[in-house]
Design a protein around this ligand. Structure first.
Ligand code: ADP
Length: 381
């Protein structure tokens, strides 16, 4: 809230002429005036608005200004609304109100001195604005504290998952080292070697991805930009993810534009982005699935899609899926040691290229489509 923002002020007087006169005195202030002609009417308004102050005429039939003020002090919502009593002028009347301890109270006597009234109103309205600003800042602080707590919990979860995921390959390597120490045939040695190689490359990949995420977060990754032929880099990505397709016995279709399409980017990073999406499509699609990689250009944009008919992504996770360590709970068993950083990397790398990535899925078991958009350049090398 700005110090010039309008704040609500309540005027209570049984005589319409007095209300009009008071309102006229306050027209230049940044306030919105609410008028009530009796105590009960005022209470109704008090329950509906957060008033900066209430100007109460003391002498009213039915419920006078003091009685109204006492009711206000008795209710939590209106307890602290500052009150200015408008009195007939005798000093005596001031003693009849007991509720001083709960909030600001002031008196002005008739005939009203306009300058004095305006400066009192101004001070109370400024206080109201400051209170609201403080309340807004407190809410913001509470929200960022909650976000920090959630980030902290996510880090804890991540560390737990990381420790868990590292335990399996380390146990496998220890087993293999143990086997190497025993008498063995050349065949067995070959099997052990292959197993160790797979495990070590999985570990190396994990460490590399983790380092990548933090390097990108710290702005330490620089792209080696060159002019790239789209079909070239996409075919390369397909080759690098071929083993995932074969392992899942998936059917991969590739549909690329016939005419050459060019763009500026980091070849290995673009290949990494697409291979990552293809690898995920393979991991999160039951065996024998249909996976499609397609690319087209629309109005100067290159649109690359990786679609599968696999497990899909529930709607509530779609918005968060590109955050580091985000994983769909039911998919963990299929992550093959993944930690939920692949898509975070994809997102950051695509953004570094000035592009965007999004996901669409009709939900569980309904497949997913990941779409990467990049800027096309006219002409080749
Ligand atoms: P990881 O695969 O290592 O868990 P990613 O960051 O690559 O990490 O993916 C994050 C999560 O997004 C995965 O755990 C999975 O739940 C979900 N996901 C990614 N790609 C797909 C897909 N093609 N189909 C269904 N879920 C997917």
């Amino acid at each position: 809230m700005n110090m010039s923002d309008h704040v609500p002020v309540l005027l209570v007087d049984d005589l319409p002429a007095n209300l009009t006169a008071l309102e006229a005195l306050l027209t230049d202030e940044n306030i919105t005036v609410f008028e009530a002609r009796s105590g009960p009417e005022a209470l109704e308004l008090l329950l509906a608005h957060d008033f900066a102050l209430a100007l109460l005429d003391v002498q009213m039939p039915e419920m006078n200004g003091f009685e109204l003020a006492e009711l206000m002090r008795g209710m939590e919502r209106t307890r602290h609304v500052p009150i200015i009593f408008v009195t007939a002028g005798t000093a005596d009347t001031q003693r009849r109100f007991q509720g001083y301890e709960a909030g600001a109270v002031d008196f002005i006597s008739k005939p009203i001195e306009p300058h004095g009234l305006r400066s009192k109103v101004r001070v109370l309205c400024d206080l109201h604005r400051q209170r609201q600003q403080i309340a807004a800042q407190r809410d913001e602080l509470a929200a960022s504290a909650a976000a920090l707590r959630e980030a902290d919990r996510a880090k804890d979860r991540f560390l737990a998952v990381l420790a868990h995921e590292l335990r399996n390959p380390v146990a496998a390597l220890m087993g293999a080292v143990d086997l190497l120490g025993r008498p063995r045939s050349a065949d067995q040695a070959g099997i052990i070697h292959a197993r160790m190689e797979r495990t070590v490359s999985h570990l190396a990949r994990l460490v590399e991805d983790l380092l990548d995420v933090s390097r990108i977060t710290e702005g330490k990754v620089t792209l080696k930009i060159q002019r790239i032929a789209l079909s070239d880099v996409l075919n390369f990505a397909v080759e690098s993810s071929r083993h995932h397709m074969d392992a899942g016995n998936h059917h991969l279709t590739v549909a690329l534009p016939e005419a050459p399409v060019w763009f500026d980017g980091d070849y290995s990073r673009i290949a990494q982005i697409v291979a990552n999406l293809l690898g995920n499509a393979a991991k999160y699609t039951p065996p024998g699935g249909a996976i499609k990689l397609s690319a087209r250009t629309i109005g100067g944009e290159i649109v690359i899609e990786v679609a599968d008919n696999g497990m899909g992504i529930p709607a509530d996770m779609q918005a968060r899926i590109f955050e580091a360590f985000a994983q769909v709970e039911d998919h963990r068993a299929y992550a093959q040691g993944g930690l939920g950083i692949g898509l975070a990397l994809v997102h950051r790398l695509v953004t570094l290229h000035g592009g965007s990535v999004s996901v669409e899925s009709d939900g569980r078991g309904r497949g997913s489509v990941f779409t990467v958009r990049l800027v096309q350049v006219e002409g080749g090398d």
